[in-house]
Design a protein around this ligand. Structure first.
Ligand code: P6P
Length: 322
């Protein structure tokens, strides 16, 4: 399978022609966003815009450009009726929704604070279908597709339709996405963890105990050495875990508890959780699977513990004496 183009893979592996059309359009949008990201400094698209997103975070010009590109591409699909974007407060109803239409929840440029320092950023999305008995928000266990594009040394598009995770590398010369990672898996064991350690003063006892166990190494309770990475770009951290294993943690803490945490359920946690599970890993909110959480608000937040199955299980089972 390696070496297949995206189009050939979709034709061979996906039976839903509407879904193929949508994923193809999303892939084209990511290609355009990759170009805008690459040329940001040349085009004066660095720095900050004079607006904030629904999270109250100052937007970057390129956040808005990426949202326009992603939105326009999805809107060209006849079957998309609902868009949920990190950059827009309101849910977008492109047309009167009917059962079976697509809902696309997306973060058009995640980790954009890394852009000005030339580190990897990306786009994250998941696709579900409108159902009569559900509102306009995705149900984690009914997602049809999830994926991300990572704009790094190379541009990659990583996709899952539920059964496996595949990675395509953008061949700019050949003008196509080429299957370079035909079966991305997360090993059950980990020796690398990712967490923003500067927030340790806000952590609860369980998070502190888990991280202490990792950093005390072979002489500690875990009996082995762990490495630590933190890129402040979820896509880059998750891509590393998909490529060489590990676990990612962004727990709710004393400072962000009022907001429900830092990361957003619909367009960060859900897509990455579907990818993690399809790659043999797990994704929880510290108590239960992320994909089982009921979405009640377009921008609701959650804890995210994601990656190596045994590490997520270990964290969820960790009991500490407060
Ligand atoms: P911190 C990026 O803004 C993001 O949503 C994720 O991509 C990333 O994991 C996290 O926030 C970074 O948070 O606390 O390091 O700024």
């Amino acid at each position: 399978m390696a070496g297949m183009t995206l189009g050939a893979y979709l034709e061979a592996e996906v039976s839903d022609l509407d879904l193929i059309d949508l994923v193809d359009r999303i892939a084209s949008a990511c290609w355009k966003i990759a170009q805008v990201v690459r040329d940001a400094a040349l085009d004066g698209n660095q720095g900050q815009a004079d607006s904030v997103n629904p999270q109250g975070e100052v937007q970057k010009p390129i956040d808005l450009i990426a949202d326009d590109i992603f939105r326009a591409s999805c809107a060209q699909s006849a079957k998309v009726s609902v868009l949920v974007s990190e950059e827009v407060e309101e849910i977008t109803n492109l047309k009167p929704g009917q059962s079976g239409d697509f809902i696309v929840a997306y973060d058009p440029l995640d980790g954009s604070s890394n852009l000005d320092v030339n580190l990897s950023v990306g786009s994250i999305f998941c696709v579900s279908r409108l159902a009569d008995d559900l509102g306009p928000l995705p149900d984690g266990r009914s997602l049809k597709c999830a994926g991300y594009a990572i704009y790094g040394p190379s541009t990659m598009l990583v996709l899952t339709f539920g059964m496996q995770v595949v990675g395509f590398t953008l061949d700019v010369t050949g003008e196509d996405y080429v299957l370079t990672h035909p079966d991305m898996r997360i090993p059950a064991e980990a020796c690398e963890f990712a967490i923003n350690g500067s927030r340790s003063r806000h952590w609860d006892a369980r998070v502190s105990t888990y991280v202490e166990g990792c950093i005390t190494g072979p002489a500690g309770p875990r009996g082995k050495a762990f490495n630590m990475r933190w890129t402040a770009s979820m896509i880059a951290d998750v891509h590393r875990i998909l490529t060489r294993g590990g676990v990612f943690l962004y727990p709710v803490d004393a400072e962000n508890q009022a907001q429900g945490g830092k990361l957003r359920l619909l367009y960060e946690a859900f897509p990455m959780a579907m990818i993690a599970e399809a790659a043999g890993g797990r994704a929880s909110n510290g108590q239960s699977d992320l994909l089982d959480i009921d979405a009640e608000d377009a921008h609701q937040r959650t804890s995210v513990i994601l990656g190596a199955r045994h590490e997520v299980d270990f964290f969820d089972a960790l009991v500490t004496c407060n």
